[in-house]
Design a protein. Structure first.
Length: 218
């Protein structure tokens, strides 16, 4: 009976998956943002408070610390933390801030600090459409393995600054957007405009490293 029950369970699961794909693809929306542990978050908040900084409208993604000696042979505690900025309850994609501390004293902050975002939080694109837009970009345009057509995906709604990569232009130009990636892997990922379905940015996850030793001089 136990074996029969398992067979029935997987049969129902398979039928449900097939039905979901037929309705527009295997894709689900997430609203969660992975954050550091409660202990690390408390440490970060203490560091910020002691340096008259605010962690408001941020979700901290990582925290690291280690001790080492400086050039004066003094023991120094190095701490760093990184966050993603959140506005109206939505993440700002690539809106990361990075903090570095030495012995509890702020050494620097990197990243673009954003103010309020005037856009609403209502999406226009549907999940089945996002599924097809991802496949079109990843498989048809970027040449990613066609097996991704049969993958399940995760989509997150947020904001995207069209001026995020500009060095000289410090103004912001926000649009509502989606980040879509396979459920089993953070890459490849595609950032899609919510208003017109256009691709904002595609990241295959492939990183090329230059090896100076591999270069031969004749």
């Amino acid at each position: 009976m136990k074996t029969l029950g398992l067979i029935l369970f997987f049969s129902i699961l398979l039928a449900s998956c097939k039905k979901e794909r037929a309705a527009g693809g295997c894709i689900a929306q997430t609203t969660s943002i992975a954050s550091v542990s409660a202990t690390d978050n408390a440490t970060i908040q203490t560091l910020l408070n002691n340096n008259n900084l605010s962690g408001k409208n941020q979700v901290f993604l990582y925290y690291t610390s280690y001790s080492a000696q400086n050039q004066q042979n003094q023991d120094v505690l190095y701490q760093s933390a990184g966050s993603i900025q959140v506005r109206n309850g939505l993440p700002i994609f690539y809106g990361d801030l990075y903090y570095s501390f030495q012995n509890g004293v702020l050494e620097g902050i990197s990243g673009k600090s954003y103010g309020a975002v005037s856009l609403d939080t209502k999406p226009s694109q549907t999940l089945p459409v996002l599924n097809q837009l991802f496949i079109t970009e990843a498989v048809n345009k970027q040449g990613i393995n066609a097996s991704y057509k049969d993958s399940c995906y995760v989509a997150q709604f947020g904001y995207y600054d069209l001026n995020r990569t500009s060095i000289t232009d410090t103004t912001t130009s926000f649009v509502k957007a989606w980040e879509v990636h396979p459920a089993h892997s953070p890459f490849p990922q595609c950032y899609i405009r919510d208003d017109n379905g256009g691709t904002l940015y595609f990241d295959s996850g492939i990183r090329l490293f230059y090896n100076a030793n591999s270069r031969k001089i004749n």
